[in-house]
Design a protein around this ligand. Structure first.
Ligand SMILES: *[C@@H]1O[C@H](CO)[C@@H](O)[C@H](O)[C@H]1NC(C)=O
Ligand SMILES: *[C@@H]1O[C@H](CO)[C@@H](O)[C@H](O)[C@H]1NC(C)=O
Length: 368
């Protein structure tokens, strides 16, 4: 019996290795995209389940008089977005998006979220319909009912199945191969195992969970909490208060996910993964949402003014997400159950004084 079981497994393994190697395309080549390309390029070279060339779509631009794709393909360095770190030579920069993605079995989306509509329009109907999508895009889209997950936007646009990868993953630290963890949310166990093989290294440890919508919503909701953490810092509160803000924020994240993610169960265990508590902590200590919100509480300047001064006019994610979440909570009559999310919304958009932020938390449902 043992012998035949052994034979059976080795036959399965033979089949698995005989399956055509999967071709991977990375759509995006910014800071995070380049850091991920470094990992993916190195992994596919050592793993026969993957084709050993990785296409990376690069939005073409001129850098010091040369095309960025040309620089990447000759110097093997993204001198603009990940300077000082070499990319593996099997990562090929391709300026044409359709050409880069058309034969891919796995498509990794890692672009700023405002470009996703245009990218989908460009490749719709021109990629393999069996392709597996993996979104590393942080943020959410505005939908008719408030929030829409980016992976759902891609899935509906392209008709492919989507997974996500999120975690406490500051790109430069990942590129420097400093130890960290990440979470892949994938509904299909077989696909999840494949994606883990593609992404995991000795210093980039992957946990796969099935609740991909929860993994993704964590990445959006944490920015609301980070705004609260920034208020707390700007108002001069100490570490105890900030820890309380983070914990109450986490509880609201879990409660909101239970309302929003209706496709399946929402287990609190998912929030203990890197995508949950770990990403929340990095965002509430580093991160632009915290920084700008601290300045908001300290200076009394408007958010628009601070976005201009501190972010070159780019929009802060936290307040926008708070507004979308508020719309959903209002429609469901649940505003009172989410005092932290609601206070962030009211302070950012309804001129509620930021000095009231902490008192808003004093009657939190957690304490009742
Ligand atoms: C997408 O996932 C569903 C559910 O796991 C599966 O039935 C379907 O075949 C998948 N579609 C593609 C195109 O792989
Ligand atoms: C999971 O995906 C594999 C292909 O990657 C497919 O053969 C299988 O049917 C899927 N499982 C489910 C439950 O959809």
């Amino acid at each position: 019996w043992r012998i035949s079981a052994g034979r059976q497994r080795s036959a399965d393994e033979t089949l698995a290795t005989m399956a055509a190697p999967r071709k991977v395309c990375i759509v995006g080549s910014g800071n995070w995209g380049s850091a991920i390309a470094k990992i993916v390029g190195a992994n596919v070279e050592q793993n026969p389940r993957f084709h050993n060339t990785v296409n990376m779509w690069v939005f073409e631009e001129m850098v010091a008089g040369r095309k960025l794709t040309e620089i990447i393909n000759t110097q093997h360095e993204n001198v603009k977005y990940l300077p000082g770190r070499k990319l593996p030579e099997n990562v090929v920069a391709v300026p044409d998006l359709v050409q880069a993605a058309s034969d891919a079995d796995i498509i990794v989306f890692v672009i700023p979220h405002q470009f996703i509509g245009k990218v989908c329009d460009t490749i719709r109907g021109k990629i393999k319909c069996s392709a597996l999508g993996l979104s590393l895009i942080k943020g959410v889209d505005e939908g008719p009912d408030g929030l829409k997950l980016i992976s759902d936007v891609i899935k509906e646009n392209l008709g492919i199945n989507m997974s996500v990868l999120m975690g406490a993953n500051i790109a430069n630290e990942v590129a420097d191969e400093k130890f960290c963890e990440t979470t892949i949310g994938c509904k299909n166990k077989t696909d999840g195992a494949l994606l883990k093989e593609l992404m995991q290294t000795s210093n980039f440890r992957v946990t796969v969970v099935e609740e991909s919508d929860v993994v993704e919503i964590c990445g959006a909701l944490k920015n609301i909490v980070a705004v609260g953490a920034g208020f707390c810092d700007g108002l001069g509160f100490g570490d105890n208060t900030k820890a309380a803000v983070i914990r109450l924020g986490l509880m609201e994240m879990i409660a909101f996910a239970r309302i929003f993610c209706t496709a399946g169960p929402v287990s609190s265990a998912t929030f203990l993964e890197s995508c949950g508590v770990a990403d929340l902590i990095t965002t509430c200590y580093g991160g632009r949402n915290r920084k700008v919100s601290e300045a908001f509480a300290k200076t009394g300047k408007s958010l628009e003014q601070l976005e201009k001064e501190m972010l070159n006019g780019q929009k802060l994610q936290g307040p926008a997400t708070a507004a979308e979440v508020h719309l959903i909570l209002k429609n469901k009559g649940l505003v009172d159950k989410f005092p932290l999310f609601s206070a962030v919304y009211q302070i950012c958009y309804e001129r509620r004084p930021v000095t009231e932020f902490i008192s808003c938390l004093q009657n939190h449902p957690e304490h009742m």
